[in-house]
Design a protein around this ligand. Structure first.
Ligand SMILES: [Zn+2]
Length: 285
């Protein structure tokens, strides 16, 4: 009986800790990188910062400002699609818990990482990646366990983990094909549809078959020829090949189309986006 009472008290304290003390208000103060802090006074903050997405309540104006400043995909959209982007990102954020392992909690962190998911799924009907309710953000590369290794991102259980520094580099550096945000969202999208029973997208699953059959051929060609689009890492298994295909598709669609036009078409068909022909054919369905 006493054990039960103590357990209940502990659970109440834990919930209070998670929801109460770590909640901070959003400030408009801007640091030297142009990031606006979520938390106000670093000295009194416990790490990690935990934010329930449904309590963040970013206004359309704040979302528009952050996306316009940092997210070129958004800037290329027609007005009507920007409205759709804002609507979707708000919904996406509201369904996630963000755990930030950094006293410097920037509002750009939840917004831009969610934006990577919205970018990937923008042509799809199901975009919430509902299996993944936790997004963890690390300031830099972090340690992954089992196996023990240094990571810049991974997807495990119901959590998407991303290193913020490398996430930003993925969007800033136009000459590198790497983009860890899109890479991890691609894994999450795959797991959501193929490894869980929840909220599967039938059309996506059907269209994935075409990507897989064309992708298999390219995967074997890339193992022999070194065109330079895919890394050695992508040649290790098809799941990594899929995630890197998404990075290349968004970062250098013209090169993907030049070398592997069939694969480019299969990705357009799968994602219902055609980056090279927007606004004529971006969102096909
Ligand atoms: Zn991967």
């Amino acid at each position: 009986m006493t054990i039960w009472v103590i357990t209940i008290i502990l659970v109440i304290v834990l919930i209070w800790k998670l929801t109460g003390t770590h909640r901070q208000t959003i400030t408009a103060s801007t640091d030297h990188q142009g990031h606006d802090k979520i938390a106000q006074d670093e000295a009194h903050i416990e790490c990690p910062l935990v934010y329930n997405g449904n309590e963040l309540e970013f206004s359309d104006d704040v979302l528009n400002t952050v996306l316009t400043r940092h997210f070129s995909y958004y800037n290329h959209l027609l007005d009507i699609d920007r409205e759709k982007f804002i609507y979707r990102i708000k919904k996406f954020i509201s369904t996630k818990v963000f755990i930030i392992h950094d006293k410097k909690g920037y509002r750009e962190m939840p917004i831009l990482i969610s934006a990577a998911a919205i970018q990937l799924t923008f042509g799809l009907k199901k975009y919430l990646l509902s299996h993944f309710n936790i997004i963890q953000i690390f300031p830099e590369a972090f340690v992954g366990l089992e196996p023990f290794r240094i990571l810049i991102g991974n997807v495990t259980g119901n959590t998407i983990n991303i290193a913020w520094k490398q996430f930003l580099e993925g969007y800033k550096n136009k000459y590198e094909l790497q983009n860890v945000g899109l890479h991890e969202m691609a894994h999450a999208l795959y797991y959501q549809n193929f490894e869980t029973e929840l909220s599967n997208d039938r059309e996506f699953k059907d269209d994935f078959e075409l990507f897989k059959s064309i992708g298999d051929k390219v995967y074997h060609v890339e193992k022999i020829l070194t065109i330079g689009l895919y890394s050695e890492y992508a040649e290790r298994d098809f799941q990594e090949f899929w995630a890197e295909s998404i990075e290349i598709y968004f970062k250098s669609p013209d090169r993907l189309q030049l070398h592997y036009p069939e694969l480019y078409r299969a990705l357009c068909n799968l994602l219902n986006q055609d980056l090279l022909n927007y606004p004529n054919h971006l969102f096909e369905s």
